[in-house]
Ligand binder design. Structure first.
Ligand SMILES: [Fe+2]
Ligand SMILES: [Fe+2]
Length: 279
């Protein structure tokens, strides 16, 4: 189920490396928002700059963290920051949705995407103390949905920053985006069918296909990033965005590896209390 659903939490356990990864991602988002907001803006741009400073500081804290107490303090501070950042992103999104941010260079879907990642991070932080979803297969399903939608978005954002003359790059980005749109739909079907149950062979096969597709998308992102870095393709993709997409793709593969090991180990179904509430 979608990350916006009440009970959905990320699959990975809360670890320092996860927190450090997402803090860096949040810092990048602050840069994207700052540069995408109108240059005349006197309120939102300074706020984006503040978030950049906040997440830079938190990243430094993560780098210094040693021991449980430091980690607990980091999680508490990051939770407050990411909650505020999520609200900030949604505020920008709502202004865009009602055409009240003239001169902004931000797609509404792009800001929605950034807000989904903030929400994912906030929910990950809420796993402090080890509390995940009652049924692991639901977390697996939700994870596939989150990343399938996210990677489909990445491909669309990249495609729209490629010069129209770069026909091969454009068609590759379009085809990969469409592939992940389909994977998103399939992930939703499987997650729905197995909700509150346990993995089956269909899920194992889907997870394998999904990993292959993500690896292909990562190879494409690495190639595109290399072309941007060497100025050998006509695009207006900022190098930071290319690198950001590449890092998220690599991180997705790490999460998928955790899922692969979980599926390999087998799961007999519910471990905790079954919650029949609709999400
Ligand atoms: Fe991101
Ligand atoms: Fe993303």
């Amino acid at each position: 189920m979608d990350i916006f659903c009440r009970g959905v939490k990320p699959f990975p356990p809360l670890a320092l490396t996860e927190v450090a990864f997402w803090l860096r991602i949040m810092r990048d988002h602050a840069v994207f928002l700052y540069h995408g907001l109108p240059s005349t803006d006197k309120e939102l741009r300074p706020e984006a700059r503040q978030f950049y400073a906040i997440f830079t500081d938190l990243e430094e804290c993560a780098g210094r963290a040693a021991g449980e107490e430091d980690f607990a303090n980091l999680v508490a501070a990051a939770t407050v920051a990411v909650q505020r950042f999520f609200v900030f992103k949604r505020r920008i999104l709502h202004l865009l949705a009602e055409c009240r941010l003239c001169g902004a260079w931000l797609y509404p879907l792009f800001v929605d995407h950034l807000s989904r990642e903030a929400l994912y991070f906030r929910k990950l932080l809420k796993k402090f103390g080890g509390c995940g979803m009652p049924c692991q297969v639901d977390a697996v399903g939700s994870e596939h949905i989150f990343w399938a939608r996210g990677i489909a978005d990445h491909m669309k954002f990249v495609r729209d920053l490629v010069d129209p003359s770069e026909r091969a790059l454009l068609s590759m980005a379009t085809a990969t985006g469409q592939k992940f749109d389909l994977l998103n739909l399939q992930a939703r079907d499987i997650a729905s069918m197995l909700w509150h149950y346990r993995p089956n062979n269909d899920l194992v096969r889907f997870a394998k296909d999904f990993r292959t597709a993500v690896q292909d998308a990562n190879d494409f992102a690495a190639t595109a990033g290399g072309l941007v870095a060497c100025c050998t393709a006509a695009t207006v993709i900022p190098p930071l965005l290319a690198d950001h997409v590449r890092r998220e793709g690599v991180h997705c593969m790490e999460v998928l590896e955790l899922i692969r090991r979980y599926l390999l180990a087998g799961d007999d179904g519910l471990e905790g209390e079954q919650d029949d509430d609709e999400e």
